[in-house]
Each structure stands twice: as structure tokens, then as C-alpha cells.
Design a protein around this ligand. Structure first.
Ligand code: PHE
Length: 346
């Protein structure tokens, strides 16, 4: 018993000199003194050899010793963790730690780029509802009920309570926003309408039941097809670079006359032919045309005094060309592996 007590004093001195500079040393300390095969356990085991009348004192001394060791261990451990927290034991020549930041959705990035280009030309942003009535989406756009052109845009109709009620639908294009602006503003009108649109399509890599458009409208006196071309040329060069080739193809839209679709040289293969451009070297990026006089009349805008052009493009298509996203479903799956690739892009 005497011997053990003397030893404990020596152990204390030794403990004071134990190295406790890092997490590894602190752990070694714990194993050596407090572990299941450690010193405290083996000293406690001596209890059975201590004469009965001294057991109490022995127990007290051992408890006091154990507390001493535990305090030493806890103190060292918390010093290490707080040092780690404030980075005292780090190498300051290492590059800083990365911390996660959010990213814009690729369609947001493209929308902002498109909008910014047109804003520089004096276009302002107009917004409208996603649930539309028939008139703003179709009727006013020269697509009366039963007009075959409605088949171009498979539509989600909202069910009517009874036959006499007005019919509502999910807008199939943001031309409906243009309708609302023509209804409430006098020319000159110079707007772009970014937004989500809906079509009743089966979801696949190439089609989706919703997608995003930016449509534009310019109405003033003496607006000509040349203005339309120059505006869109400017847009394409700003968006895709000076070397891009552009061509217009005659087309048909009920709300424009004449109408044209615009193709650009394929960005993926540089015009040599690939499966994105269906081996033609060209990809279609937008529809456009001079606003049909009947559309102007629908909004009490005199077609003899005013003329205008309109255009509309799908953002997914532009995004596909710029970032080579080949599956439309990726945009709405919220897969972080996809979205993270756009982190830092503005
Ligand atoms: N609204 C047409 C569409 O969604 C695009 C378009 C807009 C075409 C303006 C011509 C003029 O398909």
C-alpha cells in the first residue's frame, strides 16, 4: 500500500511531462492511462491485495488520482479542438478551404444573358400570368377557335365548370404577355417576355410538358423587316460570338406575316454536321416575323400607322447549344451533379 501511494506521486510527475501537443498524442495518453488496459485500471486491480482496514484510504487516493488524470486528458483534448477550430495548427501556405456556394440554374443563366442583350437595345421586361384565357393566348393572336394552327401547340386546357364559362389554359407561349401589353399600352412598345410555357407533350429527352421562352415585340412607326433582322443579328452575335453564321427561312405563324425562322451554324460541330444539327450544319433557334395587321387591330393599334416585329425563342435550345445539355429532363430533375457544374457561371 505504501509503495503504491509513493508510485502514484511519481506517476503524477510523469503525467505532467507527457507530450500532449496534438490529437494523436492526446489519444495515446488516454489509452495509456484511462484505457481498459491502462494504468488506472491496473492500479484499481490492486484493491484486492490491500488490507481491509486500508481499503477506504486506498479508494480515496485512487479516485483523486483518477480525477487528476481525467482532468489532464479533458484539458488537453479541448485545447486541441479549439486550436483546430481557430486553425492554429494549420499550414497557412495551403490554399484556403472551399466552402459550398449556390449556383444559378443554367436556364436562369441563359435567360439573364438573353435579357441583358435586349435590354441594351432598349427592350424592357414584361411579365404575365401562366394561367391564361383563350383570348390572350390564342384568339387575339389570330388563332380563332378551331383554327388548325392551334395544333402547332398542344395545349393544357383547364376544365370548365359549364359550357358558358370562359376557357382557361396554361399559356403555350409568352405571346400572351405581348397581348396583355398591347392591350394596356400605346406604341411605341419595345418589350421582351421571358417565362415558362406549357405544352401537352410526352416527356422525353427532346420534349417536355413545360419549357422556357423569351419572346420579343417591337411596335412603332415604320418598323421594317430590316429592323427585325438587324436586331436578331445583333442578338446572335452577342450571344454566340462574331463568327456565327445566320440564315432566315420563310415560315408560318398565324400572328406574323411574313414569318421567318432563324437558323445559326451549329455550335457543336461548327457546321460540319452532327446529330444535334441532324447533319445539316444548321440549328433553328427562333421564330419571328412582322406582326400581323389583324393582331394590331385586335388591340386598336392602327396597322396603317404602326408596324412591328416579334420573335420567340426557347431557352432550353439555346442552353443546349451553349452548354451542350442534350436531355431536356435534366433541367427539372434537380440533380445536384448536373446543377453543380454551373456553379460560378453568371
Ligand atoms: N409564339 C411562337 C411560338 O411559341 C414563337 C414566335 C413568336 C414566332 C413571335 C414568331 C413571332 O412558337
Amino acid at each position: 500500500m505504501e509503495l503504491i501511494l509513493k508510485n502514484i506521486e511519481q506517476y503524477k510527475v510523469a503525467i505532467e511531462h507527457e507530450p500532449l501537443g496534438d490529437a494523436g498524442e492526446v489519444e495515446q495518453f488516454r489509452i495509456k492511462y484511462l484505457g481498459t488496459k491502462g494504468l488506472i485500471k491496473s492500479l484499481m486491480g490492486e484493491m484486492k491485495n490491500v488490507p481491509a482496514d486500508q481499503k477506504k484510504t486506498f479508494g480515496q487516493v485512487m479516485n483523486e488520482f483518477k480525477t487528476f488524470v481525467e482532468n489532464k486528458y479533458e484539458g488537453a483534448k479541448s485545447a486541441i479542438t479549439s486550436e483546430e477550430k481557430i486553425g492554429l495548427n494549420e499550414d497557412y501556405t495551403l490554399p484556403g478551404r472551399e466552402f459550398p456556394t449556390g449556383a444559378h440554374h443554367p436556364l436562369t443563366i441563359i435567360r439573364n444573358q438573353v435579357v441583358f442583350i435586349f435590354q441594351r437595345l432598349g427592350f424592357t421586361i414584361a411579365n404575365g400570368p401562366e394561367i391564361e384565357d383563350d383570348w390572350h393566348n390564342f384568339g387575339s393572336m389570330n388563332m380563332p377557335e378551331n383554327h388548325p394552327a392551334r395544333d402547332m401547340q398542344d395545349t393544357f386546357y383547364l376544365s370548365k365548370g359549364n359550357e358558358n364559362e370562359q376557357s382557361f389554359l396554361l399559356r403555350t407561349h409568352t405571346s400572351s404577355v405581348q397581348a396583355r401589353v398591347m392591350e394596356s399600352q400605346k406604341p411605341p412598345i419595345r418589350i421582351i417576355c421571358p417565362g415558362r410555357v406549357f405544352r401537352n407533350e410526352t416527356i422525353s429527352a427532346r420534349a417536355h410538358c413545360f419549357f422556357h421562352q423569351v419572346e420579343g415585340l417591337y411596335i412603332s412607326e415604320q418598323v421594317s423587316f430590316a429592323d427585325l433582322k438587324q436586331t436578331l443579328y445583333f442578338f446572335v452575335r452577342e450571344m454566340f460570338g462574331k463568327d456565327i453564321k445566320i440564315r432566315f427561312r420563310p415560315s408560318y405563324f398565324p400572328f406574323t406575316e411574313p414569318s421567318a425562322e432563324m437558323d445559326i451554324s451549329c455550335l457543336i460541330c461548327g457546321g460540319d454536321g452532327c446529330n444535334i444539327c441532324k447533319h445539316t450544319g444548321w440549328v433553328e433557334i427562333l421564330g419571328s416575323g412582322m406582326v400581323h395587321p389583324r393582331v394590331l387591330e385586335n388591340f386598336q393599334i392602327d396597322p396603317n400607322k404602326y408596324s412591328g416585329f416579334a420573335f420567340g425563342m426557347g431557352l432550353e435550345r439555346i442552353c443546349q447549344l451553349k452548354y451542350r445539355v442534350n436531355d431536356l429532363r435534366l433541367y427539372s430533375q434537380n440533380d445536384l451533379r448536373f446543377l453543380k457544374q454551373f456553379s460560378g457561371v453568371v
